[in-house]
Design a protein around this ligand. Structure first.
Ligand code: HPA
Length: 280
């Protein structure tokens, strides 16, 4: 099979087009933080003053969101005096999107001059002490999707071989720990393994991931962080542990349970994120 790479000029044009349509809809606002809201975390935007919604359908190059629980819109608003651009709904590889599409929003955010990216996701717990509802600060990740948005020609503003030794910014993580401690919110910290999905893992796959150092597993985040780091953005990530990963209990995995647990925890996690933003 011959694979023809999409030319850099085409890929750059898609990013520039998306950034342009977002900028046109921002009404002169200049967000400094972008926030990607995973399953169940959509209500976070109710904390925003002066929210302005931008449906994905209005953004050039953005596919429509297809997953229940993901709204498919950007919401810009003010939180603790900071202009924040939230993304509710994201593009997953398991929907059939390529790595470039999974990273498109992040690249557009970078093009808009946003320097900080906060990501949230729902994940299965692999570390035995992680029960349903545990909030895990992502310390590091394992890219088990075997895809990379940087493959192909180098896009403007990106590096060919970006350093990934501090993918989740240590200063932001320290701030998140301080905020959580002050609020009395239990915050664990661990390694997130990103997989392609959409089938949940087998028990043997979970045993493998456990042996290679994963504490949680999910189907997003890693490609977004790779694209963000290639553009020099600082990242902070949180996983809501919605279930024990396959084989750790007799329970079968169900997306509805994932949504239910994520929704239950979103208030506490939202408080921590708001505290981090408040701290500047
Ligand atoms: N595996 C992968 N992704 C997930 C899981 C899981 O167990 N739970 C929520 N997202």
């Amino acid at each position: 099979m011959t694979v023809t790479a999409v030319p850099v000029s085409t890929r750059s044009r898609v990013v520039a087009g998306a950034a342009r349509s977002i900028r046109e809809r921002l009404d002169g606002r200049t967000p400094t933080i972008a926030l990607i809201l995973g399953s169940g975390l959509g209500p976070f935007v109710t904390r925003f003053a002066d929210p302005l919604r931008i449906p994905f359908a209005d953004i050039a190059g953005f596919p429509a969101a297809t997953i229940p629980g993901h709204a498919g819109e950007l919401v810009v608003g003010t939180l603790a005096g900071t202009t924040v651009l939230a993304q509710s709904g994201r593009f997953h590889l398991y929907e059939g999107h390529g790595a470039d599409t999974a990273a498109l929003a992040v690249r557009a955010f970078a093009e808009l001059g946003i320097g900080t990216l906060i990501l949230t996701n729902a994940a299965g717990g692999i570390r035995r002490t992680f029960g349903q509802g545990t909030v895990m600060l992502i310390a590091d990740h394992l890219n088990f999707t075997f895809r990379n948005p940087l493959a192909g020609g180098v896009l403007d503003g990106e590096q060919r071989f970006p350093d990934m030794s501090d993918p989740y910014d240590s200063t932001l993580r320290a701030r998140a720990r301080d905020v959580a401690r002050a609020m009395g919110v239990a915050l664990e910290e661990g390694v997130y393994a990103g997989v392609l999905g959409p089938s949940y893992e087998t028990p043997a796959e979970i045993r493998m991931l456990e042996r290679v150092g994963a504490d949680a597993v999910g189907m997003s985040t890693v490609l977004e962080v790779i694209a963000a780091r290639a553009r020099g953005m600082r990242c902070l990530g949180f996983s809501t542990i919605t279930n024990f990963a396959a084989g750790l209990t007799l329970h079968r995995l169900d997306h509805r349970d994932v949504m239910e647990v994520a929704a239950r925890v979103q208030g506490q996690l939202g408080d921590v994120i708001e505290g981090v933003i408040r701290g500047g």
